[in-house]
Design a protein. Structure first.
Lengths: 169, 156
């Protein structure tokens, strides 16, 4: 066997050893390797070394795992969701911007209506008398009081009523 | 509760207040007495005179309204009548000189009753009189004085 063959052979068997150790060999390759393993104390030692190294790695991983933080993380998740929702609501271009103007406009409308409601009704400028026909006679319409209107027909046509010094008809 | 929640509550309260005020406003249609087409009218016929005399106690309220505008020294009540009319119904009251006063309610709304009034031989008019508003119409001369007709809608 040449050097190249000798050096290739351990590499090949070393690769198969690793594959066998990892459970990756199957079928005929596994049978061949196990037959070789039974005959080679060196392979048996190397397999034992690999198994020990694997145990160390597993032990190291087991030891490195710290306290279980999941419970603490899970407790914080609702708060994080709530903060995210508030940020989203604040950034959402909804009708939130209408709140102040809307409140002011509503208050103004309410104030106008309340003032209108509380103040007594003012007499209409149109007046009570809407239409009048006195024929040829002169007539006077007087708003004598907020609740009284006088319609006074005065004598024959063209004859103006004589008002006294007190202004009465 | 956040700031936006407070604003929403304030906005809702203002809108509710505005709605209540609108419903309670006297000019709104809901504030009217619904449905009734009846228009009772108080009619008073008085004679004013320049002869010295008294003011009829029944006409004292009317006298208080007229005395600043009309010149007379006495007032007596000739007739007092309550005329219960329906919408568009014509009511008639007789004057002492045989003439008639006719009145007809045409419309009743928030601003009062629109009435057509005809004082025979004197004047015809349409008047929109609020409830308890007196429309006093001079009906011409009568027995050394003047007749006046007071018409006052008086409904619930």
């Amino acid at each position: 066997m040449s050097d190249s063959t000798r050096s290739a052979t351990p590499d090949r068997w070393t690769r198969r050893l690793h594959a066998y150790s990892d459970g990756e060999l199957s079928g005929f390759a596994r049978w061949r390797f196990e037959r070789r393993l039974r005959r080679s104390p060196q392979l048996q030692r190397e397999l034992a070394e690999l198994a020990r190294i694997g145990d160390w790695v597993r032990d190291a991983h087991a030891g490195a795992s710290g306290p279980d933080l999941w419970d603490a993380i899970a407790l914080r998740l609702p708060a994080a969701d709530a903060r995210r929702a508030e940020r989203a609501a604040g950034e959402r271009p909804g009708i939130g911007w209408l709140a102040w103007p809307g409140a002011l406009a509503s208050a103004a409308v309410a104030a106008v209506l309340v003032v209108h409601w509380l103040t007594p009704p003012t007499p209409s400028r149109i007046g009570v008398v809407r239409w009048l026909d006195s024929g040829p006679r002169d007539v006077m319409v007087l708003e004598a009081a907020p609740d009284t209107t006088i319609v006074w027909v005065i004598g024959p046509p063209g004859k103006r009523p004589a008002r006294g010094e007190d202004g009465k008809v | 509760m956040g700031r936006s929640s407070h604003l929403r509550v304030a906005l809702g309260a203002c809108v509710a207040l505005a709605g209540i005020a609108m419903l309670a406003a006297p000019g709104s249609t809901t504030a009217q007495s619904p449905g009734s087409n009846r228009v009772p009218v108080n009619v008073m016929i008085v004679q004013t005179s320049n002869k010295k005399g008294e003011v009829d106690p029944r006409a004292q309220e009317l006298h208080e309204k007229l005395k600043k505008q009309l010149r007379y020294k006495s007032m007596r009540v000739i007739q007092e009548q309550r005329v219960d009319l329906e919408m568009n119904q014509v009511g008639t009251v007789d004057l002492p000189d045989g003439r008639k006063v006719r009145m007809r309610p045409l419309h009743k709304g928030a601003k009062g009753v629109l009435m057509a009034v005809d004082v025979q031989g004197a004047v015809k008019l349409d008047a929109r009189a609020p409830n308890h508003h007196k429309v006093v119409i001079g009906a011409g001369e009568y027995e050394n004085g003047n007749l006046a007709v007071s018409i006052e809608p008086d409904y619930e």
